[in-house]
Ligand binder design. Structure first.
Ligand SMILES: NC(=O)c1ccc[n+]([C@@H]2O[C@H](COP(=O)([O-])OP(=O)(O)OC[C@H]3O[C@@H](n4cnc5c(N)ncnc54)[C@H](O)[C@@H]3O)[C@@H](O)[C@H]2O)c1
Length: 448
């Protein structure tokens, strides 16, 4: 696989470098769809393999369900014949490259659920052929590619590094982020063998500006978990500091703004009602699970979960307390939740802290409704809730709880139409509501 001058040579490498390698992406979700479009736009023939019939039907109609990918871009790729979608894994039999982007949830007790990776791996194993490159992108515990996926792929007798190539490259996409995209976010790549890594690096060099090779697939898996654990731990830290600031009678948001003027050694994180989405709440728990299997109990990771998972309860206590100060009980109160997506300007409600806040409010007897410009309906404990019209919802609410500060909201307008606001995002800082009383998370009452 090396020529006499030491350069890599392999027919697959030539195909990649000429943009002619056929690429399959398994799992056309928030990660897989942008990646498939990036490869198609770079000129590769791409097939997206998706098991969810509703997603397949939407894509085949040329409709994108991922905000970052306008339907127009999808349609252009499809009309140019560079992107097709299939519910059947059969195209795997003839592609050169397959990239796995399936979901990796954790169970309530923190155990990673690899069933989607196993099913995808099984489909690949049935169609594995010489010269194929397989890359796992799903977030998973360090060791998965080598210990779980590799044995599956080698069961038919083909050998990694000789007959086929296997690598791990974590997906770093940040949905809704217009500055950092698949194309300009550096891509970390670790292979099972050095040649696996080199060939995977060559692939990603075609769609990203910078590729960062690391020693092994397990190293690359650990890189991803470090990145998201770093975020989860720092969010827990600032949530803790926010609750302390309340007791100190200071404003945590002002503290953060001042602290971040330090040009080195500090990075701002912000408190909130908890963490959500398909990454931050679970990725450090995957690491914790792996650590425990290795006989290492991380107290920091356990505490991170306890603090962040406890924030919805803190918010509900704030609502109850704020209502009590107005002589009202939470039981029977009308509470309007603003923003139910897990972060601003996206429609994704997976693991959103809004869901837990709404659940806890209902348990305490509140009448809960919601508004979100991106989410028309919400599934909560088997019920389907419809978004209420904003103005009417504000007029009816005894308390408005800001969970996600979408940029579409006009906060002064919201505040002036509300009787009581509990703001977990500092969206209302500096706004004087005529009659509204605004309670901000992390802001204590001044003592003088
Ligand atoms: N969403 C993010 O912001 C983000 C960012 C970085 C990494 N990740 C990681 O990337 C992975 C994917 O996340 P996502 O948000 O795209 O998930 P998702 O649920 O939106 O997409 C996964 C898709 O894979 C499909 N699928 C599962 N098994 C399949 C199979 N065997 N064949 C065909 N299709 C199959 C599912 O139907 C689903 O549509 C996860 O491991 C996640 O932790 C996510």
């Amino acid at each position: 696989m090396r020529s006499v001058d030491g350069a890599m040579s392999h027919p697959l490498l030539d195909k990649i470098n000429q943009g002619q390698a056929t690429v399959a992406v398994i799992g056309m979700g928030y990660v897989g769809l942008p990646l498939a479009v990036a490869f198609a736009e770079a000129g590769f023939p791409v097939v997206g393999i998706e098991q969810d019939p509703r997603r397949v039907a939407a894509l085949q109609r040329g409709e994108s369900y991922v905000e970052d990918i306008p339907s127009r871009r999808l349609v252009e790729c499809m009309q140019a014949g560079r992107l097709a979608v299939s519910a059947d894994p059969l195209p795997l039999a003839s592609v050169d490259v397959v990239i796995v982007c399936v979901q990796t949830p954790v169970s309530p007790n923190g155990e990673p659920d690899l069933s989607a990776i196993l099913r995808a791996g099984d489909a690949i194993a049935r169609h594995l052929h010489p010269g194929m490159l397989v890359v796992l992108e799903s977030t998973t515990y360090p060791g998965t590619t080598e210990e779980v996926l590799l044995p599956l792929l080698e069961r038919g007798g083909l050998r990694v590094g000789h007959d086929f190539f296997l690598a791990y490259s974590p997906e770093r996409i940040d949905p809704g982020n217009r500055q950092w995209t698949v194309q300009n976010t550096p891509k970390v790549v670790g292979g099972i063998t050095p040649f696996c890594r080199e060939i995977a690096c060559a692939l990603y060099q075609r769609v990203t500006t910078q590729v960062v090779p690391v020693a092994s697939a397990t190293t690359a898996e650990m890189v991803k978990l470090l990145e998201n654990t770093f975020r989860a731990v720092n969010i827990a830290l600032i949530n803790d500091i926010a609750l302390l600031c309340e007791r100190l009678g200071v404003d945590v948001w002002e503290v953060i703004d001042a602290a971040k003027t330090k040009p080195f050694g500090f990075m701002p994180f912000y408190p909130g009602p908890g963490v959500g989405g398909h990454c931050i709440p679970k990725d450090f728990r995957i690491l914790d699970w792996r650590a425990q299997r290795l006989g290492y109990a991380s107290r920091l990771l356990a505490e991170t979960h306890r603090i962040n998972a406890g924030m919805p309860g803190v918010v509900v206590e704030k609502v109850a307390h704020a209502l009590a100060r107005q002589g009202r009980s939470l039981a029977g109160a009308q509470v309007l939740v603003l923003g139910v997506a897990y972060k601003p300007d996206v429609a994704d409600t997976r693991d959103s802290p809004a869901l837990e806040v709404m659940r806890l409010l209902r348990e305490r007897g509140a009448e809960v409704s919601f508004h979100d410009p991106h989410v028309p309906t919400l599934h909560l404990d088997g019920a389907v809730l419809e978004r209420v019209p904003l103005e009417a919802g504000l007029a009816r609410a005894d308390c408005v709880v800001i969970i996600t500060a979408h940029s579409a909201y006009d906060w002064p307008w919201v505040v002036t139409r509300s009787r009581l606001v509990v703001d977990t995002r500092n969206a209302t800082a500096g706004i004087k509501g005529q009659d509204a009383i605004v309670v901000r998370l992390g802001v204590g009452e001044r003592r003088r």
